[in-house]
Design a protein around this ligand. Structure first.
Ligand code: S3P
Length: 436
């Protein structure tokens, strides 16, 4: 797909529902008693993978556009899967479902696409094994015709659920996927289960599971859960995804003569680092009509063209903007001065190695980016130009560089536009709806 810098952007839009919250609504609804009704669900490929996995586990799920109805069967109502559970491109599906399957009295096999097969799953195998489940990775090349045991700690893998007992787990990574997997297994364990992280990651699991009736307690970077006899189906309205809004925040700030109002965006403090970073870079950004929807803080976000400058990003802020770093790096390349991003080694194990993908593509556009083991240093303010972008089939790299291309003279060519459907199927249509 070709992109040019001939537009300014005006008007308002609502970005699609939050991906993390949409996944959780399906999972928690499936293991609750009764109906869970979800509105503004994200019908992106990742969340559809979660629906397909739970259907294979025997749950009836009706979906029509952004409305989904889940006929939950309770904590012990899942049945042994009718085949391999395919998580597609979704790390959230793979890791969170592992926590639930760890507590089931049957064996399940999980697999996904080539990206999922490279991503580290040992981070959930380790605590869930300590709790009493058993995991085995299989050689991907021979799978599924022949099962050859592998020590990769990656998909494809089998989970044999066990009789679980609670643990106090010190997670080496600040990861909501690891935390959630352990807390979900904790629903099935004897005694209390707790997870302590090096920095607080997104807390949607804690908030939503509490709404379903679980006993969860959070203090600092520790979350604990007690086993629960039953959860109860809920009505959930999913807020707009701040990770999707991030591209429109950047578009409005970077493009001259632009003003965009993004409606109904989740601004949970464990997710809102993009707003903090945009303000620290001098962005003209205002939060309007702050409110609470389904237990999550929400606001409308107004952005106007701004002259940005560099900033430092690291430490506890990283988990609050981990998925937004590709678009923040693009903003930094257009900003005056240096932006340093540290403590973000997790970027290497996302849908692609995002440190490498950001560096190679921004430098190909004429920027000056130096990669590090745990981040990037971006010397902003150099004139950028359009070029061929390697997305690595990573949705967030594709969307970040579409925004870069809309602000760089010459033509920018994305080698894959389809991958945006993982989290934002109408991304290009939404951009066009604002273009003058
Ligand atoms: C997610 C957590 C984050 C994030 C991912 C979604 C979640 O991953 O990058 O896109 O829904 O829990 P980690 O928990 O691995 O950091």
């Amino acid at each position: 797909m070709q992109i040019t810098d001939k537009y300014s952007f005006h008007g308002e839009l609502s970005v699609p529902g939050d991906k993390s919250i949409s996944h959780r609504s399906i999972m928690f609804g499936s293991i609750s008693d009764g109906l869970t009704m979800v509105s503004n669900f994200l019908p992106g490929a990742d969340c559809l993978s979660t629906i397909s996995c739970f259907r294979k586990l025997g749950i009836a799920i009706e979906s029509q556009g952004t409305n989904v109805m889940i006929h939950g069967k309770g904590l012990h109502g899942l049945s042994a899967p009718s085949g391999i559970l395919d998580a597609g491109n979704s790390g959230t599906t793979t890791r969170l479902i592992s926590g639930i399957l760890a507590g089931q009295p049957f064996e399940s096999i999980l697999d996904g696409d080539s990206s999922i097969r490279r991503r580290p799953m040992a981070r959930v195998f380790t605590p869930l094994t300590q709790m009493g489940a058993a995991f085995q990775s299989w050689e991907a090349d021979a799978f599924p015709d022949t099962l050859i045991a592998s020590a990769s700690g990656c998909a494809p893998f089998s989970i044999r659920g066990g009789h679980l007992h609670g643990i106090s787990y010190q997670s080496p990574v600040a990861s909501a996927q690891v935390k959630s997997a352990v807390l979900l297994a904790g629903l099935y364990a004897e005694g209390e289960t707790s997870v302590t992280e090096p920095a607080l990651s997104r807390n949607h699991t804690e908030l939503m599971l509490t709404g379903f009736g679980a006993q969860i307690f959070s203090e600092g970077t520790t979350a604990s859960i007690k086993p629960e006899p039953e959860l109860h189906g809920q009505k959930i309205h999913v807020p707009g995804d701040i990770s999707s809004a991030a591209y429109f925040i950047a578009l409005g700030l970077l493009t001259p003569n632009s003003e965009i109002l993004i409606r109904n965006v989740g601004i949970n403090p464990t997710r809102n680092g993009m707003i903090t970073a945009a303000l620290a870079m001098g962005g003209d950004l205002t939060l309007l009509d702050e409110r609470t929807v389904s237990g999550e803080p929400v606001a409308d976000i107004l952005v106007r063209s701004s002259s940005l400058h560099g900033t430092d990003i690291g430490g506890e802020m990283i988990p609050t903007l981990i998925d937004e770093i590709p678009i923040i790096a693009v903003m930094a390349a257009f900003a005056e001065g240096v932006t340093a991003i540290r403590d973000a080694q997790e970027l290497k194990v996302k849908e692609s190695d995002r440190i490498a993908a950001i560096t190679e593509n921004l430098n190909a556009m004429g920027a000056s980016v130096t990669p590090a083991e745990d981040g990037l240093s971006i010397e902003g303010g150099r004139p950028l130009h359009g070029t061929s972008i390697k997305t690595h089939q990573d949705h967030r790299i594709a969307m970040a560089f579409a925004i870069a291309g809309l602000n760089a003279p010459g033509e920018t060519l994305l080698d894959d536009r389809e991958c945006v459907a993982i989290s934002y199927p109408s991304f290009f249509e939404d951009i066009l709806s604002l273009a003058d």
